[in-house]
Design a protein around this ligand. Sequence first.
Ligand SMILES: [Fe+2]
Ligand SMILES: [Fe+2]
Length: 222
Amino acid sequence: MATRTQSRSSNRSSSPRNSSSDSNRSGGSRSGGSESRSAFSWSEGAGPVIAAALGGAAIGFAANYGRKALMQGLEATAGDWDEVLATEHDLALAVFDKMLATDQTQTFKRKMLLMKLTHALDKHAHQEEMVVYPALREANEAVSADQLEGEHGYIKTFIYELNEMGADSPTWLEKVREFRDLVSRHAHMEEEEVFPRFKEALNEEQNAHITRLVHRDGFWMA
Ligand SMILES: [Fe+2]
Ligand SMILES: [Fe+2]
């Protein structure tokens, strides 16, 4: 999971933008050389460099796309949207249990687990906030949707507090325990009350549509 986080951040920094094009355009008009060059011609030797850069960007994009497809493919086996989300609840709670099994000396492990949990909860919340909760509001479930979305705010607050307090804090475990309780209660409300009630009112086509949207959102967040 740490590699997912690392890949995601490296993807953000690998922009395929090429800054040499602007300098070449202006450079061509100022050079005053005997060779007549098009305003869009590349300087000598730039071609292979640009081709290599574009090739690298394409490989990076393909690798990232493949990674996303793999991650999402694994989740897609979980079934309908509510089953996908329930599986993600279980995975998050399992990370909490690993965090609770650490001691004060295992600061690196605690930081890695918190990073993994943050990414998992971030992706999960995005799928709910961008797809499921809006659909709930459309189905006259705005009170439940607003309560659940409000709790997501407190989930982010716990992440903020854990990052602020440091992994060697004597109250770290206590904070993680409180955090787990909130996520567990929240997941229970979704799985046992709100989602089944909402799903029951959906026809097959609507249910399949929500499932597609959740998968699509999860794919981009993976
Ligand atoms: Fe939620
Ligand atoms: Fe959830």
